[in-house]
Design a protein around this ligand. Structure first.
Ligand code: UDP
Ligand code: MG
Length: 315
């Protein structure tokens, strides 16, 4: 590989993508070649357990611009992108999914918009009819929620298909934060940005590597990373509970002292105890989420472990 730093780095996280890899190479390579910039492709193998690493080595032999970084264990989509961004050397960097849902041809438009003066160029899905209804609805709810909770002006329908200048990536790399959600972090950095619309395509092969559990993790990371609203919510619950309790106490005492009649009220007591127990557990859970985040931050362990970087083989 050339020792000169490339103009463009294309960072591709991949987890068990053996089915899609040949199709990706076939489509990505001519596209990048036609842009006419020097480039490197940083394939981040996120601890795949299938033939992905073997195939990558094979493709690398005949594609000198392909660089392979393998993570020792599955670190997750966001961490894999972070690993790629930390290692990439380009003046511009694009992050793109491996499954061809983000059409590589759009990279040319992004580079153009970047050269016209934007530091960040978001790929915005103008048409996501190829995503399942469930995916679209949950994504919509996600952006709405994050906008409400944090006031972050992340372009809706922008995922992690995005071009960033070297300066932007350096700002991202400098963040000490663990469990970063890049699509929310990048807009907060305040670099001049532009958007490029594209049609979200169908996954070219294989299955989604984003089960519900990973979607939930991303959502929790997003909320606890960018908003204290849930903590406040716990405070409000407490205040409302206090008022309700005070009214009930006054009523009960009044009945006892002046009404002369002691209430039966077993059902209502059980209901109230159960409701407040549930609320308390919820608030404890909310606290726990934030304390967990503090815990992870103070441990300061790396979010990923690099097994090897092919750049070190033949530099
Ligand atoms: N991915 C990854 N690590 C993971 C899960 C996903 O690197 O733990 C990669 C995956 O290979 C793909 C991208 O992240 O390149 C987006 O994943 P996917 O297409 O499965 O998500 P979806 O499009 O279904 O949301
Ligand atoms: Mg996909």
């Amino acid at each position: 590989m050339a020792t000169m730093t490339p103009e463009l780095s294309v960072v591709i996280p991949m987890f068990n993508e053996q089915d899609v890899l040949p199709l990706l190479v076939e489509r990505l390579r001519p596209t990048l070649e036609s842009i006419g910039a020097t480039y490197e492709v940083v394939a981040v193998d996120d601890g795949s357990k299938d033939q992905t690493p073997v195939l990558l080595q094979r493709f690398k032999r005949e594609w000198p611009q392909l660089r392979v970084i393998r993570l020792r264990a599955n670190a997750g989509h966001q961490a894999a992108i972070s690993a790629g961004l930390a290692a990439a050397r380009g003046q511009w960097m694009v992050t793109i999914d491996a499954d061809l849902q983000d059409p590589p041809e759009v990279i040319a438009d992004m580079v153009k918009a970047g050269r016209e003066g934007a530091d960040v160029v978001y790929g915005v899905r103008t048409d996501r009819t190829t995503d399942t209804a469930f995916k679209r609805q949950t994504a919509r709810a996600f952006y709405l929620l994050m906008r409400r909770l944090s006031g972050i002006d992340a372009p809706p329908d922008a995922g992690d298909f995005r071009l960033m200048s070297r300066a932007t990536v350096e700002a991202v790399n400098a963040l000490p934060e663990h469990n970063r959600v890049l699509r929310l972090v990048v807009p907060t950095l305040g670099f001049p940005s532009a958007t490029v619309g594209y049609r979200r395509e169908e996954r070219a092969a294989g299955e989604s590597k984003y089960p519900l559990s990973k979607m939930l993790k991303l959502t929790l990371d997003s909320i606890t990373g960018f908003s204290q609203a849930p903590l406040r919510l716990a405070t409000w619950f407490g205040l409302v509970g206090f008022v309700v309790a005070a009214v009930m106490l006054a009523y009960a005492l009044g009945m006892k002292l002046f009404g002369g009649q002691v209430l039966q009220g077993w059902t209502s007591i059980v209901a109230i105890v159960a409701a407040f127990a549930a609320l308390q557990l919820l608030c404890l859970g909310i606290l726990g989420e934030y304390i967990g985040r503090i815990f992870v931050a103070q441990q300061d362990r790396p979010s990923y472990y690099v097994a090897y970087d092919s750049l070190n083989d033949n530099s």
